[in-house]
Design a protein around this ligand. Sequence first.
Ligand code: URA
Length: 241
Amino acid sequence: MERLDKFLCDCGVGTRSQVKAIIKSGAVAVDGVTERDSSRKFDPATQTVTLNAEPLNRRGRVVVMLNKPAGFVTATQDKTDRTVMELLPEQYRHLDLKPVGRLDKATEGLLLFTNDGDLLHRLISPKKEVPKCYYARHEGTATQEDVAAFAEGLTLGDGTKCMPALLKPIGPGESYVTVCEGKYHQVRRMLASRNMPVTYLERQQEGELTLNGLPRGSVRELTEAEVSALLDVGKMTKGTN
Ligand code: URA
């Protein structure tokens, strides 16, 4: 048996207090009978709950992709900065979505959110080796020595050891960097350690998933097939782009 207000929250209808007000207004029915008591328990397996006569279904696993603009911090709340949560459309605000890893405030591009804790940990675990590909503009120009140093596994100034990574020079001051882990400011610190401080950074790809034309600041939900493909990604064997 389950409380009506909790069920409505899980369905993404609203926050606990919003949901209580909606139930009180008489918009919710259990098996066709209006129910105004939020604490009322019902059996989700056998009973049907409706909102304005439309049946409600609990959202299962939800994975959403955002094309993050610069200027937003990856946090669920922050005292001074705007957060990526503010970029989620209303229908995703009450699903308890959490960012999968983090992008710096200045970094743009692909950021996933999910309400599935297991999936979240699998996607950010360096052991699973889901490659993340970044486009970087930086000072200087990457050389074959830099490519070799990335492939070897860099040691940063503070002694932090990085896993082998792929550096793919594009031209003067432009490179792709593919990493399988997400240490603090990792790509910026890796390039800086080779005297190529980053001036612009965009995450373009995670596993096989790309932004594929999603406009900056926009969001789209992933299909189950896209989520499975992400989880199937094996070791990083080749570059992207
Ligand atoms: N590496 C960084 O330095 N910054 C990011 O936002 C992501 C990866």
